[in-house]
Design a protein around this ligand. Structure first.
Ligand code: G1P
Length: 295
């Protein structure tokens, strides 16, 4: 069976973005003009996902608000004859069936995913970490959903990363079975570099069998004192195979200010309305000196 539902955990405090995240969830910060949560929803919908469940914390109404109708704006765009923009705005709430569950305590990514169990039920499902922005011509999650259905197993997205990133990610020990597909032997969350089995890191896309919920139910706190999805997948491996998909394309970690800035620049350089002016500014940037402040 193919996954038709997606879980998007967005409940974190976004401490790497303070002070901005005091008021606005980081998944709503714009990559040029489009928030990461919109990119994730678009990738899901392109892959045939019909239902998206956000796992939110208190004070995050803005995330579901983004996907609801905005009648005053629609009326204003209509009055101004901005029909193309109106069409785009109406399409957002219509992308999928959006709902949310409240994660009352911040007990980690595994705990957040477990909170969505009633909405997912007994079927395979996709998980998106919207901080991981992946730009490809074909949605990565679509390939993973197909692979998971073909193998009847869970599939995680992976990518080779440099040594300095290893201690901040989930790392897998895996062997290539064909093309970009690997069979996973072992997973470890945020290992010290000397303990890491490889440089193949988990990036925020998963297609999981529903048995993961039983594993999460009994998973103790792991790295950082949190309930980790990586540990639950490691337990799942005892009863089911797990595959990894090494995805092509461009990836940005938009969960950090620098990553968000890089993604915004990348997006602006792809667009006709912004690329020429940005290029000209970047070319001249060495010439820009801070004006002296008169005392
Ligand atoms: C989470 C996962 C980790 C994965 C990473 C990808 O970590 O626990 O295995 O490599 O996302 O972004 P976090 O970034 O939430 O600490």
């Amino acid at each position: 069976m193919k996954a038709r539902k997606a879980v998007m955990p967005v409940a974190g405090f976004g401490t790497r973005f303070l002070p901005a995240t005091r008021a606005v969830p980081k998944v709503l910060f714009p990559v040029l003009d489009t928030p990461p949560i919109h990119y994730a929803a678009r990738e899901a919908v392109q892959a045939g996902i019909k239902r998206v469940v956000f796992v939110v914390s208190q004070r995050q109404e803005a995330v579901t608000g983004y996907f609801s109708r905005f009648s005053e704006l629609e009326a204003a765009l209509e009055r101004a004859s901005k029909s193309e923009m109106l069409h785009q705005m109406l399409a957002i709430p219509g992308m999928a069936d959006f709902s949310c569950v409240l994660q009352r305590e911040q007990r980690g990514l595994g705990h957040a995913i477990l909170s969505a169990r009633p909405q997912v039920g007994d079927e395979p499902f996709a998980v998106f970490l919207p901080d991981d922005l992946i730009l490809t011509s074909q949605p990565v999650i679509g390939r993973m959903i197909d692979l998971a259905a073909e193998k009847g197993a869970s599939v995680i997205a992976v990518r080779q990363v440099p040594d300095e990133m290893v201690p901040s990610l989930g790392i897998v020990d895996a062997e290539r079975v064909e093309g970009h597909t690997y069979a996973v032997n072992r997973l470890v969350e945020k290992p010290a570099l000397e303990d890491a089995p490889s440089n193949l890191a988990i990036i925020g896309r998963y297609v999981l069998t529903p048995q993961i919920f039983d594993e999460l139910d009994v998973t103790d706190s792991g790295a950082g004192g949190e309930i980790q999805i990586t540990d639950a997948i490691a337990s799942l491996l005892r009863t089911q195979p797990v595959y990894a998909y090494e995805f092509p394309g461009v990836h940005f970690d938009v969960g950090t200010p620098l990553g968000l800035l890089k993604a915004s620049i990348h997006a602006a350089l792809q667009r006709e309305d912004t690329a020429p002016a940005l290029r000209a500014w970047l070319d001249a940037i060495d010439d820009v000196h801070e004006p002296a402040h008169p005392d």
